[in-house]
Ligand binder design. Sequence first.
Ligand SMILES: [Zn+2]
Length: 447
Amino acid sequence: MSSAVTSPVAKSVGPLGTVVLRGVRPLGGAPADVVVADGKIAEIRPAGATVELPCYGLDGMILLPGFVDLHTHLREPGTEDAETIASGTRAAAAGGYTDVFAMANTDPVTDSPQRVAAIVDIAARTAACRVHPVAAITKALAGQQLAPMASLIEHGVRMFSDDGKCVDDAALLREALAVAAQHDVLIAQHAQHGQLAGDGQINAGPAAERTALAPWPAVAEETIVARDAILAAEAGAALHICHASTAGTVDIIRWAKALGWPVTAEVTPHHLLLTDELAALQDTRYKVNPPLRRHADVAALREAVLDGTIDAVATDHAPHTTARKSQPWCSAPFGMTGLETALPVLAHVLTEAEALDWTKVAELMAFGPARIAGIPTSALRIGDPATFCLVDPNAGRTVDPAEHRSKSANTPFRGMWLPTNVIATSIDGYLTHSTEAFEEAKRCDAR
Ligand SMILES: [Zn+2]
C-alpha cells in the first residue's frame, strides 16, 4: 500500500522544545511528570520528581492522544465564506484534534489526484492540524460512475466517501467495495436511501407530524446500512458507517459485528445529546442530516458507544454562514459545527451516563478513528510522538460561537454549559493550540 496522503502542518504557535509537563494524568491515570524532547515523549517520571528543565505545572490535567476526526467539512475550495482549511483546522486544534479527514463534497469535488494535491498544498501552507483528504467514491458525487479510485489510492488516498450524498446504486457500491478490498482502503457511506428519504426535512414521526415538514424516516438509513454491510462482507472490504443515528442502525451494526463482518461506525456528538423535539421548534440550528431522532434512538446510540458497538465519535462539522442558515427551514442547508464542542459534549454525555472514563474518551476520539482510517497515533508511551491534547477536566464554559475559531456560528449547543476545556494541543512537539491557562502554567518553576 502507498503511504497515506496528508499535509505537513503550518505550525501555528511554536515548538515546545524540551519541557516537563508536571503532574499530568496520561489517559486519566496516575499523575506523572512527562518529559517532552525532540518532538517525542522522552520520559515519564513519578509526579513531583522533576526540579530541573523548563516546566509547566499541570497538576490534574488530563493528557490524551491528539484527536482524529473521521468526518470534517472544511468547505475549501468553494464555500470559503463558511469555512477555510485555515479556520477549520484552527477550530480542530482548539478542540484537541491533530488529524482531520476532509470530506470530498467541496466545489469542485475531491474526485481526482489533482484535487487531492490542491487540498494538500493549501493545507501545507495554512493548516493548524494534519489534513487527510477523503476522495469521492463517484465522479462529482453524481452516483453514476466511479471516481478513478486506483489512481487516487496510488496518490495516497485511504478513505472514500460521497458524504452529503448516499451511493444509492448497489451495483456501483459493490464495485467500489471490490476496489477497496483489493487495495485495503475504506469506504465510508452516508446512509440515506434516496427513494425512502425523498426530500425529507425532519425525523419521521411526531416531529414531522407537528411541523408538517417532509419526513426523513429511520428506515431510509437502516436499509442502506444493512444492504452495505452485506455487500462489504461479500467483498471483504472495510465499510464505515457515517453518523449512525437510529436504534435500528445500532442493531444492524451489532449483528454485522457479531458475524465478524468488516463494518465500523461513528456517531456524532449531536446525535448523542439532542432529539427531534428541538428540530420541531424549526430553529435551523437543529437542521442536520441525518436528522435529530427520538429519545429511544439517543439512548440506543449511547448504549452502543458504551458497549463498543460504535467505534468512534466523529463531528460531521458542517459550517454554514448565518445568512444561509437564516433562510426558512426547507431552504436552509443541513449541518452543524462540531469541532470545538465535540469533547465537551461527549464528556457531558458520559457524565450523565455515569461513565466518564478518559481511556474511553481516548478510544472514541483518537485510537478508534485512527485504527479505522489506518493512520498512526500516539499511545503516549516513552518514544511515542508528542502528539496530544491537554484537557482541564474541571473547567467548563457556556458555548458561545463568537469565541470559536470556526468562521461559522451554526452550533446547536449555543448557550449550553458544557464541561472540560482543551488548554493545549501538540503535534510532534509543536503547539498548534494553547490557551492562557496553559501559558500561565509555565510559572511552574516558581512554585
Ligand atoms: Zn453525511
